[in-house]
Design a protein around this ligand. Structure first.
Ligand code: IPE
Ligand code: IPE
Ligand code: MG
Length: 239
């Protein structure tokens, strides 16, 4: 702990790909869905830990636009868990965290959409860490959504000069509008890929791939990722 407080290199925005839940459960002879339950509890612990260390934005990948291709029973189990997680979001309010759901809510069940509206409304005044819950999130979907928003502004006359559109204008149409780019992406589970997570925001992100399935991820793994991050030389194209 004290080591972290002396560290000036705490990333402002951390992204987490909490992968490996299904494999973790199967390894223990349990149904895959049991892994999601454990994974969700681990997330709550890590979110509190990240807030304590001074992380300002934490984005967690909970369900991708591609995850609909899983068997219907698995999708239903994940949705049930997310439903409970969102209903329980009170606990984050108590921690003064602001909760934002990133992604297209349209295909989600209407009660989940209502929960999303509720937590946005009820946590919007909180001043602690922002927790972005990427749910039915896809990086490409987000980019298309932003492109559509800009095109409709053009159609409505709010944009008149197409050549004057900047990268900042584009970023302001993303689900993460107003937030800093992600500094560090931690992917548990052993795979070394982005799987359509934060495509725009990760342009200069650092990555760590802890060799642990997400339900086994502990604050120590988070510390290790932050230590690795602090040792990186971020040049942003400069020298
Ligand atoms: C990631 O865990 C969480 C979701 C996609 C909801 P997985 O379900 O992908 O777990 P593995 O990678 O199959 O073990
Ligand atoms: C990424 O994991 C999505 C989430 C963690 C929610 P996946 O398990 O869907 O990624 P792939 O299929 O291995 O690339
Ligand atoms: Mg996976």
């Amino acid at each position: 702990m004290q080591k972290k407080e002396q560290n000036n290199d705490i990333p402002r925005h951390v992204g987490i790909i909490m992968d490996g839940n299904g494999r973790w459960a199967v390894k223990r002879g349990m149904p895959r869905k049991a892994g999601y339950k454990y994974g969700a509890d681990v997330f709550t612990k890590i979110a509190r830990y990240a807030a304590k260390l001074g992380v300002e934005f934490l984005t967690v990948y909970t369900f991708s636009t591609e995850n609909w291709s899983r068997p219907p029973e698995e999708v239903a189990a994940i949705m049930d868990l997310l439903r409970t997680f969102l209903r329980d979001a009170e606990k984050y309010r108590k921690d003064n965290m602001r909760l934002i759901v990133l992604g297209d809510p349209a295909p989600l069940a209407s009660d989940i959409q209502k929960e999303i509206e509720r937590i946005h409304r009820e946590s919007s005044g909180n001043t602690g860490m922002t927790v972005n819950i990427a749910l039915n999130y896809g990086g490409r979907d987000e980019l298309v959504h932003a492109a559509r928003a800009l095109m409709s502004r053009f159609r409505d006359g709010m944009i008149t000069d197409i050549d004057a559109v900047t990268a900042d204008d584009f970023a302001a149409c993303l689900y993460t509008a107003g937030q800093p780019d992600v500094d560090l992406i931690i992917r548990a589970g052993g795979e070394m890929r982005l799987s359509n997570f934060l495509l725009w925001q990760s342009a200069y992100a650092e990555y760590t791939f802890p060799q642990v399935l997400w339900p086994d991820f502990t604050p120590r793994h988070f510390d290790e990722a932050l230590d690795a991050y602090a040792r990186r030389d971020r040049r942003f194209g400069g020298v």
